[in-house]
Design a protein around this ligand. Structure first.
Ligand SMILES: Nc1ncnc2c1ncn2[C@@H]1O[C@H](COP(=O)(O)OP(=O)(O)OP(=O)(O)O)[C@@H](O)[C@H]1O
Ligand SMILES: O=C(O)CCCC[C@@H]1SC[C@@H]2NC(=O)N[C@@H]21
Length: 243
């Protein structure tokens, strides 16, 4: 797909979304910013990334009326594509922290923000925003953040890494309609951070409590074993993994 490099913009997600508004027929496109002045994360957070040291990009991907109920399969496919590219570069211990934080050695090295363009017929396009911490060495205000450099001690070529990520994502998205959802969910679960171990959670309804991550539902809800043999599912708005 075509990649456009821009110097400074507010947010690559906002940029490609605006680009879509005037273009009904389009090919997938990737927009990468050297720096974002208002990078956005999940749950309304900011995405902070030093200019020129990391990757911040968004892919605008046309969908053929994707059902909203299949949205998480898309999200899981993106997380797994990123994970596989990083594993191919021998970055250690890559995990997906539900729903789609990318961790290496327990540090958050990447974040994914997918925003769908929904019409009455379903999802007609997806904006897939990815922030990857690559060569930045210090994350003073973000104690849980890390980068490929802070973990491996090596510098990475940003253009080459972007090409690998975009290529893998495009291939896996094209393959998505042919894949069984149970296979995707199983592969996702196998790569989850803190799968099958007791973890602490915080939820609006129940305060802080312990549970064991056992996987995800087709809709992307977190499936927790909250007592022996007792399971409960939670969506992103309802719960946070503390550690
Ligand atoms: N470059 C970055 N790398 C990692 N995290 C970042 C970055 N920029 C902003 N953040 C945000 O800083 C916050 C702290 O991240 P951290 O992973 O430590 O906390 P968290 O509670 O696990 O967050 P999350 O809600 O994403 O699971 C998160 O909201 C994260 O998205
Ligand atoms: O973990 C998260 O909270 C998601 C972070 C997503 C950040 C990327 S950087 C490129 C794209 N543009 C944005 O404004 N956000 C995403």
């Amino acid at each position: 797909m075509r990649t456009i490099k821009v110097n400074a913009i507010d947010s690559t997600n906002s940029f490609v979304r605006e680009f879509y508004e005037g273009n009904i027929n389009f090919e997938p496109v990737c927009v990468r910013a050297i720096t974002q002045t208002a990078g956005r994360g999940q749950r309304g957070s900011n995405w902070l990334s030093k200019a020129g040291e990391n990757l911040t990009f968004s892919i605008l991907y046309p969908q053929k009326k994707l059902k909203i109920s299949r949205y998480f399969l898309l999200s899981a496919t993106i997380s797994l594509a990123v994970l596989k590219v990083l594993q191919g570069l021998e970055i250690p211990n890559i995990k997906i922290k539900w729903p789609n934080d990318i961790l290496s050695a327990k540090k958050k090295i990447g974040g994914i923000l997918i925003e769908n363009i929904v019409k009455t017929e379903g999802i007609v396009a997806s904006v897939i925003g990815i922030g990857m911490n690559v060569n930045q060495e210090n994350f003073d205000d973000l104690p849980n953040a890390g980068s490929l450099k802070s973990i491996t001690g090596k510098n990475f070529d940003l253009d080459e890494l972007l090409n690998r990520l975009v290529h893998k994502i495009e291939m896996d998205l094209n393959e998505l309609p042919n894949r069984k959802s149970t296979d995707i969910l199983e592969e996702y679960a196998q790569n989850m951070f803190r799968l099958n171990v007791v973890s602490s959670f915080s939820s609006k309804e129940e305060g802080n409590f312990n549970g064991i991550i056992r996987g995800v539902t087709t809709e992307g809800k977190l499936n927790l074993e909250i007592e022996d043999g007792v399971f409960k599912t939670f969506d992103l708005k309802e719960i946070q993994l503390l550690y």
